[in-house]
Design a protein around this ligand. Structure first.
Ligand code: GCU
Length: 666
């Protein structure tokens, strides 16, 4: 399988004078990250200018040889913050300063990005420090090579139960480092069969090799762990976290694992959810389970990341008090303050499961004494599976900007996960990966904007979604104005359009069972009774107010009152929080049913506009890219109609209310 270089595909820049005289890259290289920084700069400058600068093991002194930029100098400056960098012009050189080699690496990629955008180098002065300490990818790769919710081919980490460390993995590490991602979990959170054995001798050599390759790019390797490993490996009859023999088993195992793979960052665990084993089997809490593992990895500096996506998928939701949305909060809130320092709770952005629109998870602002990480999904499971365009950075911006009101200031989700609110270091953001072994990594070429954007956003959340889009377009496809304008339009309109032709007003789901693609109002596999939308001939929506499940009251004020009251609840979340008649008037002035009809027509119109605009880029993009995107757009055009027609028809038949505008609804 071949692979492309995505945003590291440097091309010759004929008219960019600023890089033409760069002859040297100077640095004292005493570790792999420093060496890789030098190599990255030399490669990029060679490809963009035509001349490969020489490496000199210099300490950035030397005569100032004149007015043009002739050298790049990498220098450790121990006064600076971890991973931070300062890139600036000084005489004939560009200095890249950082307190550590990870910062040097990020500074080098910053300079490369500036060059890709053909920025003036003489005036360069950029100082940055990553906002979130942990910026991670979570791969859901299985060891047989398949990927759970993978939409871009198979795994590049695993083939036939073997691990692979090859050229592609090197490029993977470079792609991550270039956008500041510093951690990755390579295997599925649903750890089954063979993957349980990743913590055994059988895989250690490869795990170590991978941890070293990634480490050279500032990326820590993590593994997903099977909570019941001692039982499943046949070495203990129990996985009770308070049982002495279980505690000892884990301590012994971790001692061996870390002796073999000293650079391992730690483990990610999904427990007691969707059929995965966990401490509930032994009547123990999540804190008991997480702390037992945390103690075992603590001597080696390891971290346990424990997911809050915990619910019983077999539950009978017909009882109107039973609410999946409450589950994460109800399971973890009472445990606040009982987790060890090297435990992080990883919380999905919303209380359900990566729907196109959800409220913010109430554990953000709930938990005050526990390390927290935000989990988002760039694998577009419910947002078009990388066949539809759905640029998710605008959604992530909204999530990060959400004020929790847990404090008067510094209370947004961003403040919490960057450590400002509760002064934490073990915090950050993780994205479920959208990559696979397709040539272009992400299936849809434009889905790469989500990987790029996630990394850039976690590093610099002040960037706007539009700035990130513009930057990605330029570094990937050059500076052509029409290309930039068109793709920027497509990206920025994509999430709103998808939301319009999808499930309406925050209600979510309405997808085909198991593979979760395509419209099916009553289809979702864990919704056997229509309880996820509660639509009947009179109305639709789930009552999560104090008269219903009470979920709305899990937020701090003013959110609790705003969501609880049907008159103040924002339109886009109305059906998530309230059950209303189809004739209910939204703040927009439209009835719910008319809103459903109108938005479904509008969403399709936007897709048509994207198709028309994109057609004009023929000849301006690499032929293959143009063709691949055009093919997917043709599918999106057809499939968005399927969404429109199924949803509109369902609600027309259910409600018996005609479209005011008299359009054809089949
Ligand atoms: C979703 C997804 C599953 C995944 C789960 C999780 O429910 O459909 O495939 O395992 O999320 O986040 O653990």
């Amino acid at each position: 399988m071949s692979f492309e270089q995505a945003y590291l595909n440097y091309t010759l820049k004929e008219n960019y004078e600023d890089i033409k005289n760069i002859r040297y890259v100077e640095a004292v290289c005493d570790d792999k990250r420093m060496e890789n920084s030098v190599a990255e700069l030399r490669l990029a400058i060679e490809k963009m200018s035509g001349t490969k600068p020489e490496y000199t093991a210099d300490d950035c002194g030397g005569e100032n040889a004149g007015p043009v930029i002739a050298r790049i100098c990498l220098k450790i400056n121990s006064q600076m913050d971890p991973e931070a960098y300062h890139v600036y012009a000084e005489g004939d050189k560009i200095m890249i300063e950082a307190s550590d080699s990870a910062g040097i690496l990020y500074g080098s990629f910053e300079l490369i990005r500036q060059m890709q955008m053909e920025k003036e180098l003489k005036t360069l002065d950029i100082k940055k420090k990553p906002d979130m300490p942990l910026r991670m990818l979570n791969h859901w790769d299985n060891m047989d090579g398949s990927i759970e919710r993978g939409y871009a081919g198979d795994s590049f980490f695993f083939v036939n139960n073997e691990m692979v460390v090859d050229e592609r993995i090197h490029t993977y590490a470079r792609l991550l480092a270039a956008v500041g991602i510093n951690g990755t979990v390579i295997n599925n959170v649903n750890v089954k069969e063979c993957a349980t054995y990743l913590i055994t001798e059988r895989y250690w050599d490869k795990v170590r090799e991978l941890s070293e390759v990634l480490g050279g790019y500032g990326i820590k390797l993590f593994l997903s762990l099977n909570y019941a490993a001692p039982v499943e490996m046949g070495e203990n009859t129990s996985a009770d976290p308070l049982d002495e023999s279980v505690i000892k088993w884990w301590k012994d195992r971790m001692k061996k694992v870390y002796a073999a793979v000293p650079k391992l960052g730690g483990f990610l665990i999904k427990a007691d959810s969707e059929g995965r084993p966990g401490p509930f089997t032994y009547n123990r809490t999540h804190a008991d389970g997480a702390n037992m593992l945390a103690e075992a990895v603590e001597p080696y500096g390891g971290t346990i990341i424990w997911r809050c996506f915990v619910y019983n998928c077999q539950q009978d939701w017909r009882d109107k008090k039973t609410d999946r949305a409450r589950s994460g909060y109800d399971n973890f809130m009472g445990l606040d303050g009982t987790f060890r320092d090297n435990v992080i709770l990883q919380i999905k952005n919303g209380p359900m499961d990566f729907q196109v629109r959800e409220p913010i998870h109430p554990l953000f602002g709930g938990l005050e004494k526990t390390n927290q990480m935000l989990e988002v999904q760039i694998a577009q499971e419910y947002t078009g599976q990388q066949r539809h365009i759905c640029y998710l950075i605008p959604m992530f911006k909204e999530v990060l900007a959400f004020r929790t009101y847990v404090r008067d200031t510094y209370d947004t989700v961003r403040d919490i996960v960057s450590g400002k609110t509760f002064h934490q270091r073990n915090c950050g953001m993780a994205a479920v990966s959208n990559m696979g072994n397709d040539d272009n990594w992400t299936g849809h070429d434009l889905a790469m904007a989500n990987l790029y954007g996630f990394g850039r956003l976690a590093f610099e959340p002040d960037l706007s979604a539009q700035e990130i889009a513009a930057e990605w377009i330029t570094v990937s496809y050059g500076r052509d104005e029409l290309v930039k304008e068109t793709i920027e339009y497509m990206l920025m309109e994509s999430w709103p359009a998808y939301e319009k032709y999808n499930a309406p007003l925050g209600i979510g789901w309405m997808v085909n069972p198991s593979f979760h693609y395509g419209p099916n109002v009553d289809g979702y596999e864990y919704d056997r009774w229509g309880t996820y939308h509660r639509a009947d001939h009179l109305g639709i929506g789930v009552d999560r107010s104090d008269k219903g499940t009470g979920y709305a009251l899990l937020y701090h004020e003013p959110h609790a009152s705003v969501y609880n009251n049907v008159d103040t609840c924002p339109d886009e979340l109305l059906l998530f929080f309230h059950h209303v008649p189809y004739t209910w008037k939204l703040k927009s002035g439209k009835t719910v049913i008319q809103h459903i009809y109108d938005t479904h027509f509008e969403g399709v119109e936007t897709v048509d506009e994207m198709v028309a605009r994109f057609a004009k880029l023929e000849g301006k993009l690499p032929e293959l890219v143009f063709k691949r995107v055009a093919d997917r757009l043709a599918h999106q055009k057809m499939h968005s109609r399927e969404w429109r027609d199924q949803i509109n028809t369902y609600f027309y038949r259910k409600s018996g209310i005609a479209d005011e505008k008299g359009r054809t609804i089949y």
